[in-house]
Design a protein around this ligand. Structure first.
Ligand SMILES: [Zn+2]
Length: 157
């Protein structure tokens, strides 16, 4: 240890630098009649106040709700999450099973035309991770959206 210390120029230089810094700051503090001490004190107080208020905000927003979460709450949240997933799955299955292959209008039997989907239909199908198509009857006012399971090939126009 001693051997390494004496042969390391960096360590020696570091100690000398530290001594010089301490001496200079000590002399400065002695000759400036508490002004620097006051500034440093108020600065550290300011920093401490800032840190403690940030800590209290974090604990109020994040730590406390998690710490106060009881086991039954956790089970409740889990059950809600599972029911939500099952609901989306069921909803998707119903939408897809409503798909009928016919290109004829279910109301009047006229040929259906595919038109552009609305923004809502696009958003819904990307949320449900399904393909969809919007059809309108050329004869009556019937229109319908059809959903498909996503496949490599798009449904034929
Ligand atoms: Zn029709």
């Amino acid at each position: 240890m001693k051997h390494n210390y004496y042969h390391s120029k960096h360590a020696k230089f570091g100690v000398e630098l530290l001594i010089t810094l301490l001496m200079v700051s000590g002399v400065l503090l002695l000759y400036t009649e508490l002004e620097i001490q006051k500034i440093i004190l108020s600065f550290t107080e300011f920093v401490r106040y800032g840190v403690s208020s940030i800590e209290s905000i974090i604990s109020a927003l994040i730590i406390d709700p998690i710490a106060n979460l009881e086991f039954s709450d956790g089970v409740g949240v889990l059950m809600l999450a599972i029911s939500f997933v099952l609901f989306v799955r069921q909803f998707r299955a119903r939408l897809v099973s409503a798909y009928f292959d016919s290109k004829a209008c279910p109301e009047c039997g006229h040929k259906l035309h595919r038109i552009h989907r609305t923004r809502f239909q696009q958003t819904l199908s990307s949320f449900l991770m399904l393909d969809s198509a919007f059809f309108i009857c050329g004869d009556c006012d019937h229109s319908c959206v059809r959903f498909f399971n996503r496949s490599p090939h798009q449904p034929a126009e």
